[in-house]
Design a binder for this molecule. Structure first.
Ligand code: AMP
Ligand code: ZN
Ligand code: FE
Ligand code: FE
Length: 289
């Protein structure tokens, strides 16, 4: 079984539609792919429909933005109840905070570069807006040649143009995911190139609040980081996952470049209590659940 538990579609900052992403997962010989768009479930239905055609299993999920003492971190949430009011409200709060933050970043960039807010909104096409959409606008107006160059020059977390956005505190986010019947896994906890990372003590608190695992095999983790995180997972009794963090053509990451063991996947499905367990690629719809 080939299992990839982290990917993004046009519902956030990926470039494949949910259906295209699922087809690409089939072409990459994956048996299971999790759709984990930033702070939204809006791609779930299209992905589930496409999963039936592709004959693969889509795990419904999201990548929840969190903030801890000024440090940005990401929490993967799987198989939660899409109708859970508290979790939905928190994601909605983050999405609207992302809009205000992007508007400020664009206004600051517009003082020196050809970029407009409507242009950035067009690139987001209604999905959760993020820095990659600002990058797309900078590419379209010829300021940079790729998302990567836009991040390197203007959008990285230490850039003068960087503005943080509202996001929940991570222990609270873990509790919300658990209360919604879902499973929480810390996304790329050691990705230092993106900015500061949180201390192991916070990871311990998140584990105590019900977090189930750490994403260890990820492109942004070098071998020493993976070794350290595997040891930490062992100490805290957390399972270990691996995934691509695929974003379509927006990043180099290829579907299935890192994968999760069948044992870890089975444990994630077993720990979910929302009842949204995908069977043969089919998900219960909002009406049925
Ligand atoms: P934001 O969610 O607005 O804070 O933007 C962070 C997102 O940008 C990450 O989740 C990645 O999807 C993406 N990202 C980060 N660095 C890069 C990069 N160098 N090139 C393309 N996308 C990136
Ligand atoms: Zn992303
Ligand atoms: Fe992330
Ligand atoms: Fe991601």
């Amino acid at each position: 079984m080939r299992i990839d538990l982290h990917s993004h579609s046009t519902a956030s900052d990926g470039t494949d539609s949910p259906a295209q992403l699922v087809a690409a997962a089939g072409a990459a010989d994956l048996d299971v792919v999790a759709l984990t768009d930033h702070d939204t479930v809006s791609g779930w239905d299209d992905a589930a429909a496409a999963a039936q055609l592709a004959g693969i299993t889509v795990v419904p999920g999201a990548e929840i933005s969190c903030r801890w003492h000024g440090v940005s971190l990401h929490l993967l949430a799987y198989l939660f109840d899409r109708n859970d009011a508290a979790l939905l409200a928190e994601m909605e709060r983050t999405r609207s905070g992302r809009v205000s933050r992007a508007e400020i970043m664009v206004a600051q960039l517009a003082t020196r570069y050809p970029i407009t807010w409507p242009q950035v909104q067009r690139h987001a096409s209604g999905g959760t807006i993020g820095r990659p959409h600002i990058a797309d606008a900078l590419v379209a107006s010829g300021v940079v040649s790729s998302r990567d160059e836009a991040f390197d020059r203007f959008l990285h977390s230490r850039s003068p143009y960087y503005v943080p956005h509202v996001a929940p505190e991570p222990v609270h986010a873990v509790r919300l995911v658990r209360a919604a019947g879902g499973v929480a896994v810390f996304a790329h906890p050691g990705a230092q190139a993106r900015g500061a990372v949180v201390p192991d003590s916070l990871i311990g608190e998140m584990a105590a609040a019900g977090m189930l695992g750490l994403e260890v095999a990820h492109r942004d983790h070098d071998e020493p980081t993976r070794t350290r995180l595997r040891a930490l997972a062992g100490e805290l009794g957390l399972l270990v996952t691996g995934s691509s963090d695929y974003h379509g053509t927006g990043k180099l990451n290829r579907l299935g470049e890192n994968t999760t063991s069948e044992e870890a996947y089975d444990a994630i499905v077993a720990a979910a209590t929302s009842g949204l367990v995908p069977v043969n690629g089919r998900l219960p719809s909002a009406e049925e659940s």
